[in-house]
Design a protein around this ligand. Structure first.
Ligand SMILES: Nc1ncnc2c1ncn2[C@@H]1O[C@H](COP(=O)(O)OP(=O)(O)OP(=O)(O)O)[C@@H](O)[C@H]1O
Length: 270
């Protein structure tokens, strides 16, 4: 059968989105697209508006006293903006919040169950899939989530989101504060989740790993899209290298290959 292009309204489309917290504007005229099956990254410094963007998509803005002042969020042709969080999840879009929030006093198993929609055969299949991705969660099934390591809690937070069997996963800085090896494992898992058919919108401050995972990326600066392009082009282009990867003029004295330089590369410099 000949391949057909996805319809123009497939995937996630954010158009002219404006968000504010009371009188404080956080996003202005933000437009972006996640085609079906893609991993798209949104990069930006602290306060650029990355979490606000995810909250606007996932319907959780109201929990933070924020509101959409203009623009739309559409998913697979239907409007998400204006829907409450559970309705967004029911349409296949699930957010993994920043800070690997898990229910610390509940067991791993109970946390996973909390992410499932309804129960029954569908939840059992989702659970099998999650435990296949993260075998350590099966080993720790009856432990309290609060006793897991940071990396394991991130796995649980992602696993809980996957229990709803989303078509689109929203990830807010999933590798923040994790040791490099654990961060690499999480990145591999994101790739695997995507390979199984889930689209991913990845919010990151860790520029280099995000650009290696994503096919396309947007850079937010003070609530606006300052730069966008294919991830490989952004990673190779001068502007991102200079402004965001800490790879300035070698004459600035920063060793690019030494340990200090390596720390700088991939970490937001703005
Ligand atoms: N609940 C809130 N109430 C008031 N202002 C907020 C709230 N949450 C965020 N802001 C403001 O909105 C702007 C964007 O913040 P946001 O958290 O979306 O940025 P971010 O890029 O995700 O940063 P970080 O990486 O630090 O989370 C900032 O100026 C921030 O101070």
């Amino acid at each position: 059968m000949a391949a057909t292009a996805p319809p123009a309204d497939a995937g996630l489309t954010v158009s002219g989105l404006a968000v504010s917290y009371g009188a404080v504007p956080a996003l202005r005229g933000v437009s972006l697209r996640v085609p079906p099956g893609a991993i798209v990254a949104v990069l930006g410094a602290n306060g650029a508006g990355k979490s606000t963007l995810l909250r606007a998509i996932s319907g959780t803005l109201r929990f933070h006293r924020g509101a959409i002042g203009g623009g739309t969020v559409r998913w697979a042709g239907t409007r998400l903006s204006g829907l409450a969080a559970p309705a967004v999840v029911a349409r296949g879009v699930t957010q993994v919040p920043e800070g690997r929030r898990v229910f610390a006093r509940m067991t791993v198993e109970e946390n996973l169950r909390a992410g499932g929609l309804g129960g029954g055969r569908r939840s059992a299949a989702a659970r099998e899939e999650v435990l296949g991705l993260f075998p350590v969660l099966a080993e720790r099934a009856h432990q309290r989530a609060g006793l897991l390591s940071g990396g394991e809690q991130q796995m649980l937070a992602i696993g809980r989101a996957l229990m709803a069997r989303p078509s689109m996963l929203l990830l807010d800085e999933p590798t923040l504060g994790l040791a490099p090896m654990m961060a690499a494992r999480i990145a591999e898992t994101v790739k695997e989740i995507n390979a199984r058919g889930t689209s991913v919108l990845l919010i990151e401050q860790n520029v280099a790993p995000a650009l290696s995972l994503a096919s396309y990326a947007y850079v937010l600066e003070v609530g606006e899209v300052a730069l966008e392009g294919p991830a490989a082009e952004l990673a190779a282009g001068d502007e991102v290298r200079r402004r965001y990867l800490g790879m300035g003029d070698p004459a600035d004295g920063r060793p690019l290959d030494g340990p200090a330089g390596r720390r700088a590369i991939g970490r937001w410099q703005g």
